[in-house]
Design a protein around this ligand. Sequence first.
Ligand code: FAD
Length: 305
Amino acid sequence: MKALLIAEYRDGKLLGGNNELMAFAEKIGAESTMFLVGNESALPAYSGKLYLADGNECGEYNPSVHKDLILKVVEKEQPELVVFSHSSYGWDLAPRVAYAMQAAQVSEVVDVVDSMPVVPVCNAKLRRNVKVTTAKAVYTLQAGAFSAAEEPTGTPEVEKLNKDSEGKIVFEGYEEAEKGGVDLSKSEVIVSAGRGVGKPENIEMVAALAEALKGDYGASRPVVDAEWVEHNRQVGTTGQTVSPKLYVACGVSGAIQHLAGMKKSEFVVAINTDKDAPIGEVADVLVVADLKQFVPALTEKVKSL
Ligand SMILES: Cc1cc2nc3c(=O)[nH]c(=O)nc-3n(C[C@H](O)[C@H](O)[C@H](O)COP(=O)(O)OP(=O)(O)OC[C@H]3O[C@@H](n4cnc5c(N)ncnc54)[C@H](O)[C@@H]3O)c2cc1C
């Protein structure tokens, strides 16, 4: 099995998802080749062949130009799989590449079982094994689903690519999201509210525990989507990536998109009524309790110390 890994580069930096592409290739035992629109001065640690197009010339993001470049590599390397990160770059490019290759496209792959990609369904409560019926396929990988035991090493064998087309889109640059509120990436203690808090009034008890622990409070996506907490407090793939010394997850189930944002926390305490909640797999301590009773009691205890 041959896989073409589509690496990402943004604003002068390689993105962390590139290592996950390599971990995926290793997991399925694929022989891999990499593609990157980036810069020679920032190459990924990779011991394989890397097709490199210049980001200044091709635009760091330009879907039609990048698609044509990828198709050139596909033509040359004939991979059975083209693999993207499940990022805004991957979401946009993968279907374009799949359509041009007349290949199946499978989004948000979190595992591979019996050679079949596994994807979450029903808001990640269930998983589905997908049978691909085309000879070639294009996957996007969910952030955090594949990780290598060790950081990759090596220097790639670079083959440069030039663009043949101009495309109809011009890349003009990035617009910074408006910064405001708390920056959780700098917090040493985070207490997060999940859907298990039940109602907006209960955010207060999570915030009180965060304050008692001299930290900040965060939230899972459903809590933010319900507008109980502002978006800059969301932890996860579509929120912030955090690495506090202490992370307390209150009523958070531990969906992969949430874990991807907090799994680098040094010590994780989870409070959940379900002893089998997936958050238990990353928690150092799992307290099986109703957070409405446990969190205020813990806050009082911390305050009394
Ligand atoms: C493309 C995409 C991007 C996403 N990005 C993010 C993201 O950035 N961040 C994110 O968090 N999610 C994200 N999600 C959503 C994610 O898949 C989950 O749906 C979400 O994380 C679940 O949030 P939750 O754990 O709060 O809620 P649930 O999964 O509903 O879990 C609630 C938990 O609370 C527990 N509970 C219930 N009552 C109590 C109680 N009284 N006391 C204690 N425990 C209780 C339950 O046992 C359960 O484990 C994304 C999804 C997609 C598809």
